[in-house]
Design a protein around this ligand. Structure first.
Ligand SMILES: Cc1cc2nc3c(=O)[nH]c(=O)nc-3n(C[C@H](O)[C@H](O)[C@H](O)COP(=O)(O)O)c2cc1C
Length: 149
């Protein structure tokens, strides 16, 4: 199975940690969205495409949004999504999933876990979700990845 994971992770590399575990488990190529080169890589060459992002102001990162907006409309491309966030809220993944599906992806699975968050006033109290993603989160990410095989 040829797999690729495209992700963005700008705050504490929380999403990147999850991305690495999933990529390792399914043997996926792992690419930060800023390094994805459309001239060399065509998403439709892959059997499975993973897209991951931290959540910022309730949304996926704009680099992922722009990437998907400017990538050619897919033809039922099998894919999965994952996010990390300060608060766990199922609507984050629902919106992400709807967005990808509207661009021709076929999102078959999704994963979310808490990520260390020191945004804004949270910094004053030392942040929330310290150490997350923790070992349990990463084990859950691994289980999630196994379910994709
Ligand atoms: C600018 C900014 C805005 C954020 N907005 C939200 C938010 O609306 N909801 C939430 O649950 N977490 C929010 N967070 C917390 C991040 O989603 C969380 O720390 C995530 O794990 C960051 O992933 P990263 O380290 O991969 O960038 C925000 C963080 C930043 C830096």
């Amino acid at each position: 199975m040829k797999c690729i994971i495209i992700y963005e992770s700008i705050h504490h590399n929380n999403t990147e940690k999850v991305a690495k575990v999933i990529a390792d488990e399914i043997g996926a190529e792992l690419v930060n969205v800023r390094d994805f080169n459309k001239n060399y890589e065509n998403l439709d060459e892959y059997d499975l495409v993973g897209v991951g992002s931290g959540i910022y102001y309730g949304k996926i990162h704009k680099n992922i949004k722009n990437f998907i907006d400017t990538t050619e409309h897919m033809d039922n491309q099998k894919s999965f999504i994952f996010t990390t966030s300060g608060r766990t809220k199922s609507s984050f993944n629902e919106k992400f999933k709807d967005f990808l599906n509207s661009r021709g992806f076929n999102v078959i699975a999704d994963f979310n876990c808490k990520g260390f968050d020191t945004f804004g006033p949270l910094k004053i109290v030392g942040g929330i979700n310290k150490e997350h993603p923790n070992e349990d989160d990463l084990n859950n990410a691994k289980k999630f990845a196994k379910s994709l095989k």
